[in-house]
Design a protein around this ligand. Structure first.
Ligand SMILES: [Zn+2]
Length: 331
């Protein structure tokens, strides 16, 4: 074996770690409502169409088919998560799911840092603490625009994290809020869901809030004109529970990402513990590629839907809300 100098190894290490980090954290494409890649400018509006729950399809013998057990509106079309945003050296914005998203008892170094900063005498530190503190978000599958935005002529379905203010408005639309007769039900239904219009406040300051309007009439996920582009769309829905499990770092790994070094034994309760177990890899389900020529049986009435599929295999992934001791669970 030809050797590798310490200098070369060091030179390669930083990039390798950065790329690995990026692969681990920015794996899933998203529609962003704020920040540099926001899909709507301050004061502007965007049409958002949530997707149905990802369990609408299953893969049998490599073919994507309608899940016979799927019932619209019987299960949530989103997952709830906690996320952290902070500015790394050089001003690059960093994002990570908080380990408490999966286990409320998990230890999180970023939450700890935020809590300390927020109690500081220094205004700058208090501001930083508020910035990095965990934010509750609700993650949906979504298409945007009307007609829908495409990517290379294909449907572009991505995850979208919405804050609590938007979530409560969506809740009111779905349930009717105080008047049930106005309830729109499952707005993410692929046949009779509703387009939503998100209007961004002029300034991202407190008090100015997003508004959410609902289309007056139900509509399918896409129009006839975009039928070709949407062929195989159920396979594009992200399994949000699996995504969260896969992308959420352990307390130790998050510490490394946040501080750029390993924790000392007393800095996080689990520093000396063995690494957190890897999430189980239900790869086949996640990586399913929609077949481009797939007949779109999902839009046809149930009676003429595709072949009756055998009982689908139960998802092997643990529920995202289940107690998953990512950091070793030590108290
Ligand atoms: Zn946290």
């Amino acid at each position: 074996m030809a050797g590798l100098s310490e200098a070369v190894r060091k030179a390669m290490q930083a990039d390798a770690e950065r790329v690995k980090e990026r692969q681990a954290t920015n794996f899933t494409k998203s529609w962003n409502l704020t920040g540099k890649t926001a899909i709507v400018e301050p004061g502007g509006s965007v049409t958002v169409r949530f997707g149905p729950r990802w369990t609408i399809s299953i893969t049998i013998d490599g073919k994507l088919v309608m899940n016979p057990e799927y019932r619209s509106g019987e299960e949530l079309i989103f997952v709830k998560a906690l996320e952290h945003w902070w500015d790394a050296d050089g001003g690059k914005t960093q994002h990570a799911w908080c380990p408490k998203s999966l286990n409320p008892n998990a230890e999180c170094p970023v939450c700890m840092s935020a809590a300390i900063d927020m109690k500081s005498e220094d205004e700058g530190e208090r501001k930083r603490g508020k910035r990095v503190a965990a934010k509750e978000v609700f993650i949906f599958n979504a298409a945007v625009g009307n007609p829908r935005k495409l990517a290379d002529g294909k449907a572009d379905i991505r995850i979208m994290s919405v804050p609590g203010t938007i979530y409560t408005r969506v809740y009111d639309i779905m349930t009717g809020g105080s008047d049930e007769t106005f309830a729109r039900g499952n707005v993410g239904d692929h046949k009779e869901g509703y387009d939503l219009k998100f209007t961004r406040p002029r300034k991202d300051t407190q008090g100015d809030r997003w508004s959410v309007d609902c289309a007056p009439n139900p509509s399918p996920l896409y129009s006839d004109a975009q039928k070709t582009a949407f062929a195989g769309w159920p396979g594009m829905l992200v399994n949000l529970e699996e995504m969260l499990i896969k992308e959420t770092k352990s307390g130790n790994d998050l510490f490394k990402m946040y501080y750029g070094r390993d924790p000392e034994p007393d800095e996080i309760g689990t520093a000396s513990a063995e690494s957190a177990p890897e999430a189980t890899e239900p790869e086949a389900a996640v990586e399913t590629n929609p077949t481009p020529d797939m007949i779109d049986e999902f839009m046809t009435p149930a009676s003429t839907a595709g072949p009756k599929a055998p009982t689908p295999p139960k998802a092997s992934a643990p529920a995202a809300t289940g107690a998953r001791p990512r950091t070793g669970g030590r108290r």
